[in-house]
Write a protein that binds this ligand. Structure first.
Ligand SMILES: Cc1cc2nc3c(=O)[nH]c(=O)nc-3n(C[C@H](O)[C@H](O)[C@H](O)COP(=O)(O)OP(=O)(O)OC[C@H]3O[C@@H](n4cnc5c(N)ncnc54)[C@H](O)[C@@H]3O)c2cc1C
Ligand SMILES: NC(=O)c1ccc[n+]([C@@H]2O[C@H](COP(=O)([O-])OP(=O)(O)OC[C@H]3O[C@@H](n4cnc5c(N)ncnc54)[C@H](O)[C@@H]3O)[C@@H](O)[C@H]2O)c1
Length: 433
């Protein structure tokens, strides 16, 4: 009998397994593919390696080799950490057969507790022709790195825009077809409007309100746009229309509560079966690696009977475009919708010395404060290093720091982070007006 059986070696499962094992628990980790899960092997890291290395006329073989070098190095590090924590690795898919039992590779395993961290897989909506050769998801595209002349991307979410940037930068003609009225619809409206303009400047064709009806051989995508039937043809069609939890077939003989395949959990990450816990993409919410990892650490602490030392919210969201995008907490629109009194402060990056030196594109940093308490409620960034700058603001939102407190630290010059001081000053002026 193990103390803990962890299903899935992605950022969530690996973090939980390691933490519990380091505290002296006996832990078995089931992972049929590669340690690191979606994030390391076919998600965050490969895409950012491509975004970093791509450019006009770039050598895709060299790009693929560099991506593999980064992924292999990080994976070897994770494997070493799990081994030194004495986590038992079982390289088979697991099925939960009871409240304390799992079957994998023909063997039955018992555990005091079970943690499902099985992640997610690309969604495949029932669009006729989605199974034609040449129609790929991010999984296949990242395994087949080569220049392409013409690509159509179905879905203008995070995967759609990041991979559009990769291939557009390499000279491919890219069209994004997005069903909603704007790309990155989960983020602040001004962020998506700004990125829309930038993508168009970078040569990406963008059609919003586009409803794909079918794909026919020869890779012709049929869609309706502004009431008219239209077609577009490409060598590759990327289906980037969201992801679904990898819970199909995960249970045999037990039925924890699920909604649309997502495992339902309480604030202790417990499912409707008390010994079965779940975290990460498999429970829904933001499908992000740092959310999965934070939940893995928190769930392990709760299983160990101690208060979690790591928090699980608010979760910052980042998009690695140029300029970068980052958002945390509430937007001005969220505050309006919830009736929260607020004041906003904005810094336009055109006057930021470091941005000018770096040749950075136009950008901004927006902060939203509570009108009465002056606490920072949220931040939206569209600028160089937004994905790093967001951590300071995440700290402030997490701790409820006020505009006055955010003006206390002296920020170095010349840096991108000086824009935080400017935006806070603008916010404080609005608060005290
Ligand atoms: C193209 C792309 C780019 C992304 N970029 C980013 C990014 O920049 N930043 C970010 O934060 N997030 C990014 N994400 C999202 C991120 O990868 C996921 O949110 C994160 O990997 C979720 O972690 P997880 O541990 O919940 O699941 P996963 O990483 O999906 O890991 C789940 C693991 O469970 C295993 N498994 C499945 N079923 C079973 C079973 N029955 N038994 C045992 N094991 C099983 C799988 O093989 C897998 O290894 C990206 C995703 C994609 C697809
Ligand atoms: N930088 C990052 O943090 C990062 C990068 C990539 C992926 N991810 C994560 O991976 C997950 C999946 O990414 P994603 O981009 O596939 O999902 P998403 O949910 O972000 O976007 C999917 C988009 O496809 C659109 N869509 C759905 N059906 C459509 C149809 N039939 N025709 C046209 N458009 C359609 C949706 O309206 C939506 O805008 C996200 O939840 C994201 O958090 C994160």
């Amino acid at each position: 009998m193990y103390d803990l059986l962890v299903l899935g070696g992605g950022p969530g499962g690996a973090a939980a397994a390691r933490r519990a094992a380091q505290a002296g628990k006996s832990v078995a980790l089931f992972e049929p593919r590669s340690i690191g899960g979606t994030c390391l092997n076919r998600g965050c890291i490969p895409t950012k390696a491509l975004l970093h290395g791509v450019g006009p006329g770039c050598d895709f073989a060299a790009l693929a080799a560099e991506k593999a070098r980064v992924v292999d190095t990080l994976r070897a590090g994770m494997e070493r950490q799990l081994a030194s924590a004495k986590v038992t690795l079982i390289p088979h898919p697991a099925t939960v057969t009871g409240a304390h039992t799992v079957a994998a590779g023909g063997v039955r395993y018992e555990g005091e507790a079970i943690l499902a961290a099985v992640g997610s897989v690309p969604a495949r909506p029932p669009i006729p022709g989605l199974d034609l050769p040449g129609v790929v998801t991010s999984d296949e595209l990242l395994e087949d790195l080569r220049p392409r002349e013409r690509m159509i991307i179905l879905g203008g979410g995070v995967i759609g825009v990041e991979l559009a940037c990769v291939w557009a930068a390499a000279g491919c003609r890219v069209t994004i077809l997005e069903a909603l009225e704007r790309i990155l619809a989960n983020l602040d409206r001004e962020l998506s409007q700004s990125l829309t303009l930038q993508l168009k400047r970078d040569g990406v064709e963008l059609l919003t309100g586009a409803h794909v009806t079918r794909i026919s051989p020869g890779l012709t995508v049929h869609f309706t746009h502004k009431g008219a039937e239209q077609t577009a043809q490409a060598e590759t069609v990327l289906a980037a229309m969201g992801r679904v939890p990898a819970t199909a077939g995960l249970f045999a003989g037990v039925e924890p509560a699920m909604e649309r395949g997502f495992l339902q959990v309480n604030e202790r990450f417990q499912t409707s079966i008390p010994s079965l816990y779940a975290i990460g993409d498999a429970i829904g919410g933001a499908m992000l690696a740092h959310k999965a990892e934070a939940e893995g650490c928190a769930a392990a602490d709760l299983l160990l009977g101690r208060a979690p030392v790591r928090g699980v919210s608010p979760v910052p969201a980042c998009v690695y475009t140029d300029p970068e995008i980052a958002q945390v907490g509430l937007t001005a629109d969220d505050c309006k919708a919830r009736g929260i009194p607020f004041a906003a402060g904005k810094c336009v990056m055109g006057g930021n010395g470091r941005t000018l030196i770096a040749g950075g594109k136009r950008g901004f940093l927006k902060l939203v404060f509570h009108a009465q308490t002056h606490a920072l409620l949220g931040a939206c960034l569209y600028c160089c290093r937004a994905t790093d700058l967001i951590s300071e603001l995440t700290l402030a939102v997490t701790l409820g720091l006020t505009a006055e407190q955010l003006l206390r630290p002296v920020r170095p010059h010349p840096t991108f982070s000086e824009a935080v001081t400017e935006a806070v000053e603008a916010g404080l002026a609005a608060l005290t007006r």
